[in-house]
Design a protein around this ligand. Structure first.
Ligand code: FES
Length: 253
């Protein structure tokens, strides 16, 4: 039986949804694999929506908004771009970034809408079903996706995404401007750190563990795990309870 992907589309009300409507009333042909959620603006699409859709088994997720410069709320699609950039950087860690796409469709571009949906559906078909969809989802990848979803919602990541333009375009309190290159370096390292910290938290959801247990399970150097534990403890996310021999066992708070 041929694979028919399940694709979720977030379409902005003012451009892309109208473009989809035009494709419909003009009786244009495109694959029926997409299920559409109308949002007021592409900037409204929280990264959590995308991660959650993938976690519950969507084979692909597409976000469509007004062309740059045409957003009904002026800068919503620029915000969408920033958030989407973070989404793809996180998903790259588990080789899922090619299952999501951000694009622009205006209200008069019914043909473009149909073409994008067809192209994306073909692309997802070529990738095959999501490993976390169906009756037997890959548990390891599911946990990684959960860690990503929670890491992306952390205060640190939200602050970095929300303040990127300010950090790059304006001087900070010390009168310094941060270059895009430097910002990307900080951003990528925050992504790795937050991802690993949330993998630790997801793992501690099951039972308490030592630093060594976590290092073996997550394939991270024990000294790096210990650094993360110190930070997670200072954030009030973990604590250690009983000792096994002389080894402290950490649990989630
Ligand atoms: S209203 Fe369409 S992207 Fe903002």
């Amino acid at each position: 039986m041929s694979f028919e992907p399940k694709i979720l589309g977030f379409l902005c009300n003012w451009c892309s949804y109208a473009g989809a409507d035009l494709a419909g009333v003009s009786r244009m042909q495109y694959p029926p694999n997409i299920r559409v959620i109308r949002v007021m603006c592409s900037g409204r699409v929280d990264p959590k929506f995308i991660f959650e859709a993938l976690r519950v088994g969507a084979d692909g997720v597409i976000v469509l908004g007004c062309h740059p410069g045409d957003c009904h709320y002026l800068e919503g699609n620029y915000e969408a771009e920033k958030k989407f950039d973070m989404v793809t950087r996180f998903l790259k860690l588990i080789d899922f970034d090619n299952r999501v796409r951000l694009d622009w469709v205006s209200a008069s571009e019914g043909t473009r809408y149909a073409a994008i949906v067809k192209e994306f559906t073909d692309h997802i078909k070529s990738l095959g079903p999501s490993p976390v969809g169906g009756d037997k989802p890959d548990k390891e990848i599911l946990e990684e996706l959960r860690a990503i979803e929670e890491a992306a919602a952390s205060d640190r990541m939200r602050a970095l995404v929300g303040r990127e333009r300010k950090i790059i375009e304006q001087e900070n309190v010390y009168g310094e401007k941060v270059s895009l290159e430097k910002f990307n370096e900080i951003f990528d390292s925050a992504i790795i750190d937050e991802y690993n910290r949330h993998r630790i938290l997801v793992s501690l959801d099951k039972d308490s563990k030592s630093v060594k247990d976590l290092a073996i399970e997550l394939k991270i150097d024990p000294s790096v795990v210990l650094e993360h534990m110190v930070i997670l403890k200072s954030r009030g996310k973990v604590d250690f309870g009983e000792l096994v021999g002389i080894t402290p066992m950490f649990h989630k708070i």
